[in-house]
Structure formats: structure tokens, C-alpha cells
Design a protein around this ligand. Structure first.
Ligand code: ADP
Ligand code: F6P
Length: 506
């Protein structure tokens, strides 16, 4: 059978393929790893399986022919210029993204954006049905493809359909703003199982079905109609992770260790190297972090070259106005602080607007004494887990926002509320000055957590939930304990917010 007619027992559909097509000025085509956590996680899952990945190649135009990259069979979906603008930059990233991230910036609503979203979701569903073998498992990803589950079910009742949300699912009060809220919920209810990062996300979804669609719900299960024998869909938390073993091995390589040393030397061997690594996205709280660091510089609590801050800000969604504005704001502020506090040979903040190969990222993590992760809202934040994984030497400290999904697992981090600038400053200073022994204790516990809950375990749990849905699969004692710990962290986060209000003190 030729690869283009072959059918697959596992089909993954995500907005992006794991590689983006890049055409150079002379027409030469190269493929480069796509940005973001979804690709980081799913690439390692798919490498070991005989499955197909349906997705967009990252450039407007006709879909390239299906091909194989790094052992993964890829089935590209084409998007026209207008569809990139209306479906991807518009509805996905200027309507859904703000609503699903606490409306940090206002959401924009256009009916023609939703039409494009519907049309592109239909195209993805058709591509999935084309490559799925009879009875296949179809795993749909993220907010860009919420209509796909119902569209696939319409054509292929024989397949098993799961969907995983890499970002938060909003409380019903925010979700209700969406003019197409019914369509989105009905689209998702085409799945057999829906996976979310946090317990609260799954609960928000179930509540939205009850309140906005009037559907019967029981614990984490929604009935798709009021009939007694209605199909039932389960929604629960299954937090994503990373390839601990692969990254740990990379970080231990002599080349990575040598490069980490070289990075520190080139920065003047600071006593403390602080690092931020984020897509340049307004959800990541980069501005809050830089404001706090700027005040620490002003108060002389930190000063280069004793302390140096490196901010890697990966280019992202650069044609969306809110992202362009953010870039101007961040670069303006970094320039102002460097003008004020740098000296010749001693820069206060190093700002890098680039993507790097994985070995370079591992070396950066290994070199950093403190990683500062301050999202205002984030589904998980894999960067936090990557940092912990790279610190095989047991060193380093993690400052982590309570609004990142990772907070629910990495309890031993230096926890902060990024809206509370005074508190954030104190937390950064605590991460710098806490005795080494105490920091090592924290790092050890966090490493154990990530090692035990790696991406393979995440994928296995998701697929097991999908297989048994709407029932819960039998879980071992340690799995049940992990679920309970997660639910407790979720409850604790909500109690924390009740106690001091969502914005904290300034
Ligand atoms: P998101 O999915 O919102 O981008 P995550 O923190 O979950 O956020 O995942 C980001 C992923 O992208 C991580 O695997 C991280 O290592 C990678 N990454 C971030 N910045 C860069 C960069 N400048 N170069 C290469 N990889 C990067
Ligand atoms: O997890 C959220 C997400 O949109 C993913 O789908 C993707 O991994 C990442 O952020 C990067 O976003 P984009 O594909 O828009 O560059």
C-alpha cells in the first residue's frame, strides 16, 4: 500500500504540524520545528507510534503532499491567506485565546471569522476521516479545533474520539460572552472523552454544558441530550508533561554542560543568572516580571554584573495587533532599564527575540540559577517542567505563578502572584538568597514529580481514559493519590483567590 492510501489506527489532529514550512528568498524550502508546548509534547509521543498527524504547515497556500518527518507520517491541511487571517489569527487567537485566558485583553468578535473557523474545522475533519482506519483512535488537540469532534463523528461513527485542551477552559461567566458558545460546546460533545489541564478547567466545561445547553450532568460526565439512553461524554483533568528522560539525557551531555559554562562566562560569571523563556504572549506576564526586576534594580537589590537577567522572548503571532503592541511595550521597557542600569560590559537585561535548537535551550536552563515563570494565566507551562528536568545537578530555583497549570504539580517552587509586584519582588529575592540546601530540597522534590509524571504517562492516561469513557478506568493507588493531590491543589488555588481577591495586593 502506498503511504498516501495507508490508513492509521491512531490519528492526531492539531492546528500545526510538528514542523513549519519555510520558503527562503531564493525559493529554497526548509522545515523547522514549530513553536509551542503542544509540539514539544506530542512529538515525543508520536515518534514511537505508527500514527498520522494532520495539521497546517504554518504558511498560507496549498497543502504540501503528505510526507514523513522524523518517523512521523504528516498529512498537511492547506489554509488560504484569508483563512490564516480569519481562522488562525482572528477567531483562534483574537476571539478564543483572550476569552480562554481571563480576558487579559479584550476579545474581538466577527461573524466572518467564525465562518472561516467552521470551514477550516470541516477541512481538518475530512482529512482525519481520510486517513483514519476503521475503529481508529482520533486524538484532536486544542482550542483551534473544537468543532472537529462532532464533524468527525457525523462521518465516522466507527472511530473513538478524544480531545485535549492545552490551554485553560474559562469559567462560564467568561465563556458565555462567546456568541457561538452553543456551537463550540456541541462541537466538543462529539468526542467520547475530553481532557483538560486542571480539575477546574474540566469543571468549567461541565458547568457550561449544564448552564448554557441545559444538559444533564453527573460529576464529570455530561449526557448529550435529556433522553435516558443519551450518549455520555466524560471530561476530566489529565495534566500534560514533557519527555523527562530525553531532556535529562540531553542536559547531562558534556557538550550541554560545556555550553552552559560558556554562557555563564560570556555573561561575566554572575553570582545569579536569572532567566525567563516564553513565547512573546501577553498571557505570560513578561511585563509584570520586567517591572518587578526594574524596581529591584532601582532599589539596588540586584545589580549587574552580580545579577544578570536573560529574557528569551520567542516570536509569536506577530500579525495580531495585541502581540505587536506587546512587543513594542516589552522592548521599550527593556531598552529603558538597560539605558538606566547597564554599564559597559555589564548589561542589566539581555533580551533575545529568537528561537533556539533544543540543546541550546537545555544549556540555558542548566546555566540559570533562577527561572522566572510569571504567567497571568497559562494552561500548563512546560518551560517550568523543562527547567526542573535540566537541573540534574540539583541546583537552581523556580519562581512560579499560581496562575500556571504547573503550580498544581510543582508545589515546592517559589510561588508568586504576578499581579502583586511587591510580592513578586520578594519572591524573586527569596529565590536568590534562600540557602542552597533548602533550594536543593525543593528541586529534588520537583524533579521527582516530573520524572514520575512524564509525557509518556500523560499520553497513556489520556488514551486509557478515552478507551474507557464515559466510565473511569481502574487506577492504581499511586495514580489515585496523584489525582487527589491535583484536585487538592486546585481547591487550594481557588481558596487562595477567595481569600485575597483575583488581583491580590499592589
Ligand atoms: P506555550 O505552549 O504557550 O508556548 P509552554 O511553556 O507550554 O508554552 O511551551 C513552550 C515550548 O516552547 C517549550 O517546549 C519551550 O522549551 C519551547 N520554547 C520556548 N521558547 C523557545 C525558543 N526561543 N526557542 C526554542 N524553543 C522554545
Ligand atoms: O498551547 C497553546 C498553543 O496555541 C498551542 O496550540 C501551540 O503549541 C502554542 O500555543 C503556539 O502557538 P501558535 O501555534 O499559535 O504559534
Amino acid at each position: 500500500m502506498s503511504p498516501s492510501t495507508k490508513k492509521y489506527d491512531l490519528v492526531v489532529a492539531a492546528n500545526r504540524l510538528p514542523v513549519d514550512r519555510v520558503e527562503g528568498p531564493d525559493g529554497e524550502v526548509t522545515w523547522r520545528t514549530s513553536p509551542g508546548g503542544l509540539v514539544t509534547a506530542m512529538e515525543s509521543v508520536m515518534k514511537g507510534s505508527d500514527g498520522a498527524w494532520v495539521g497546517w504547515a504554518g504558511e498560507a497556500g496549498e497543502a504540501p503532499e503528505p510526507f514523513t518527518a522524523d518517523g512521523i507520517r504528516l498529512r498537511p491541511v492547506g489554509l488560504s491567506d484569508a483563512e490564516v487571517a480569519h481562522y488562525y489569527e482572528g477567531f483562534a487567537n483574537d476571539t478564543l485565546w483572550p476569552i480562554y485566558h481571563d480576558v487579559i485583553v479584550n476579545a474581538t468578535f466577527h461573524r466572518y471569522w467564525f465562518s472561516a473557523y467552521e470551514r477550516v474545522n470541516r477541512r481538518f475533519a475530512e482529512a482525519v476521516c481520510e486517513v483514519a482506519a476503521k475503529g481508529a483512535t482520533v486524538w484532536v488537540h486544542d482550542y483551534q479545533l473544537q468543532l472537529v469532534p462532532a464533524m468527525v463523528r457525523e462521518q465516522r461513527p466507527d472511530v473513538r474520539i478524544g480531545w485535549f485542551n492545552h490551554i485553560p477552559f474559562p469559567p462560564v461567566e467568561l465563556f458565555a460572552q462567546l456568541p457561538w458558545r452553543r456551537r463550540v460546546l456541541e462541537g466538543l460533545l462529539g468526542a467520547d472523552y475530553l481532557g483538560f489541564q486542571r480539575v477546574a478547567d474540566a469543571q468549567n466545561f461541565v458547568r457550561a454544558c449544564r448552564q448554557l445547553l441545559g444538559l444533564p450532568t453527573r460529576a464529570d460526565v455530561v449526557s448529550v441530550s435529556r433522553d435516558d439512553d443519551a450518549r455520555r461524554v466524560r471530561a476530566s483533568a489529565v495534566p500534560i508533561s514533557i519527555d523527562f528522560k530525553g531532556l535529562d539525557e540531553l542536559a547531562r551531555q558534556p557538550e550541554t554542560e560545556a555550553r552552559a559554562k560558556e554562557i555563564r562566562e560570556s555573561l561575566g560569571n554572575p553570582e545569579t543568572l536569572l532567566l525567563g523563556v516564553d513565547r512573546l504572549d501577553y498571557t505570560k506576564g513578561i511585563g509584570h516580571r520586567i517591572k518587578a526586576y526594574g524596581e529591584l534594580l532601582e532599589e539596588d537589590q540586584v545589580a549587574p554584573p552580580r545579577e544578570v537577567f536573560v529574557q528569551v522572548a520567542t516570536p509569536s503571532r506577530e500579525r495580531v495587533a495585541a502581540y505587536r503592541d506587546l512587543r513594542l511595550e516589552i522592548e521599550g521597557e527593556v531598552g529603558r532599564l538597560n539605558g538606566e542600569y547597564s554599564r559597559i560590559g555589564a548589561q542589566a537585561i539581555q533580551y533575545l527575540h529568537h528561537s533556539y535548537p533544543r540543546p541550546e535551550m537545555a544549556a540555558l536552563f542548566l546555566a540559570a540559577d533562577v527561572l522566572v515563570v510569571t504567567p497571568l494565566r497559562d494552561g500548563m507551562n512546560l518551560v517550568a517542567k523543562e527547567y526542573v528536568t535540566c537541573r540534574h545537578d540539583g541546583g537552581g530555583a523556580l519562581v512560579l505563578s499560581e496562575f500556571a497549570g504547573a503550580f498544581h504539580e510543582l508545589h515546592q517552587a517559589f510561588i508568586c502572584n504576578p499581579h502583586d509586584i511587591e510580592g513578586l519582588k520578594q519572591t524573586i529575592m527569596a529565590a536568590i538568597v534562600t540557602p542552597e540546601k533548602e533550594k536543593r530540597r525543593k528541586m529534588k522534590a520537583m524533579r521527582r514529580r516530573v520524572a514520575d509524571h512524564d509525557v509518556q504517562r500523560w499520553a497513556a492516561r489520556f488514551l486509557e481514559n478515552l478507551e474507557h469513557a464515559p466510565e473511569r478506568p481502574e487506577r492504581s493507588t499511586s495514580e489515585r493519590e496523584a489525582d487527589e493531590a491535583h484536585a487538592t491543589a486546585d481547591r487550594r488555588a481557588r481558596e487562595l483567590h477567595h481569600a485575597r481577591g483575583p488581583r491580590g495586593r499592589h
